[in-house]
Write a protein that binds this ligand. Structure first.
Ligand SMILES: *Cc1c(COP(=O)(O)O)cnc(C)c1O
Length: 386
């Protein structure tokens, strides 16, 4: 019954990766160990678990699954994606510098600039579509390179391998936010990254019912430092949520396949619509980073953005209000389709001047394409755009 899950193909790993039948009763799904503590026969005499901030068997099963899917060795599950990013930043000291992509999740920008800048960490936000530019911002204080690809919401693609080569030369940690792509589409550790980060709230959980974060690493020493921070800071997720995300992971491959198929058809529909100005989707051959996308991703994902001709704020608001199947909501990556207006929602915490520099203009609408029947989704967009 016990097999080496390392050699499995991805579509098998989503179901079996890092898992083994429950030792007590053979339960096929890991039980929800809803407990804070564990009996000891003598002080220190326990069965590997002593307190649930440090370890929990349900969370441990999920963490093994995370590690397996990203071809890593160690997984860590957190109470949110932000808590996972926070743990990475706690590897740094005052005076350290970070080179980060400028087109990134608003909450990440807020954490960097409103919390860690106050602790004396310096951030350089740069366009990384040409990853060679990273090198221009590196000095002896640079300790972390932060990459998010595809970027949010402009769908730029950053060359992970090139970023990794720069990081390796200078002994800098490369962390990649892999939330949009998921390991179904790209595996940053295989491309040379040191840390993969996820908001498991999105595709990994996949059902819009959990908030969770994840980190995956290969290196034991780095893993130990992160486990220390996780245990010391305490931003862990609970056993119920661990169970839900473990269940969600089992269909990741088939969900992602459908997300990608639907997004492709919608991207083509929007491209040909007379009222639409630009469609941002890395699958288009004329997308500026299409070649890199093709090289480092297996497909182009379920996310896309578009803007309307005239760039009218109110028209964009009307479109998202008119959509019926696409729910207007923050977040992404669930089975259901969502729409968002970054300028007034996810990116409201980024100053207008900053966000417009990266292309987040007033009419930009972001879609998280779900796994519904694509004909219904296209009909919905057609009626809403008018
Ligand atoms: C949602 C998101 C986060 C933050 O994760 P939470 O689970 O909401 O804390 C970080 N990065 C990206 C790309 C995200 O979409």
């Amino acid at each position: 019954m016990f097999f080496n899950t390392e050699k499995m193909k991805f579509n098998t790993k989503t179901i079996h990766g890092g898992q083994e039948p429950d030792k007590a009763y053979g339960a096929v799904m890991p039980p929800i160990y809803q407990t804070s503590t564990y009996a000891q026969s003598t002080p220190g005499g326990h069965k590997g678990y002593e307190y649930s901030r440090t370890h929990n068997p349900t969370r441990a099963a999920l963490e093994r699954a995370f590690a397996s899917l990203e071809n890593g060795k160690f997984g860590l599950a957190f109470g949110s994606g932000m808590a996972a990013i926070d743990a990475i930043l706690k590897l740094l000291n005052p005076g350290d510098e970070v080179v980060s992509t400028n087109d990134l999740y608003g909450g990440t920008y807020r954490l960097f600039t409103k919390i860690f800048e106050d602790f004396g960490v310096k951030f350089h936000f740069i366009g990384m579509e040409n990853a060679a530019r990273i090198e221009d911002y590196i000095n002896e204080n640079t300790k972390l390179i932060w990459v998010e690809t595809p970027t949010n919401p402009m769908m730029n693609i950053i060359d992970i391998k090139m970023a990794a080569n720069i990081a390796k030369k200078k002994n800098i940690i490369l962390a990649v936010d892999n939330t949009f792509a998921t390991p179904y589409l790209q595996k940053p550790l295989d491309l040379g990254a040191d840390i993969v980060m996820h908001s498991a709230t999105k595709y990994l959980g996949g059902h819009s019912d959990v908030v969770m974060g994840a980190l995956i690493v290969k290196d034991k020493e780095l893993a130990e430092r992160l486990y220390f921070i996780q245990n010391a800071s305490g931003a862990i997720c609970g056993p119920q949520d661990s169970f839900l995300v473990l269940r969600g992971l089992k269909t990741l491959h088939i969900r992602m396949q459908r997300h990608c198929e639907n997004a492709k058809k919608i991207a083509l529909f929007l491209k040909n619509h007379p009222k639409i100005d630009r469609v941002y989707w890395p699958g288009f051959e004329n997308h500026p980073n299409h070649t890199i996308a093709k090289a480092q991703m297996n497909d182009f994902g379920g996310m896309l953005s578009f803007s309307t001709k005239g760039n009218d704020f109110n028209e964009a608001i009307k479109i998202v209000e008119n959509l019926k199947i696409f729910t207007l909501a923050e977040s992404l990556g669930g089975v259901e389709s969502l729409s968002g207006h970054p300028a007034s929602m996810t990116h409201a915490s980024i100053p207008k001047e900053e966000r417009e520099k990266t292309g987040v203009n007033d009419s930009l609408i972001r879609l998280s394409v779900g796994i519904e029947d694509v004909d219904d989704l296209i009909d919905d967009l057609r009626q809403a755009i008018g």
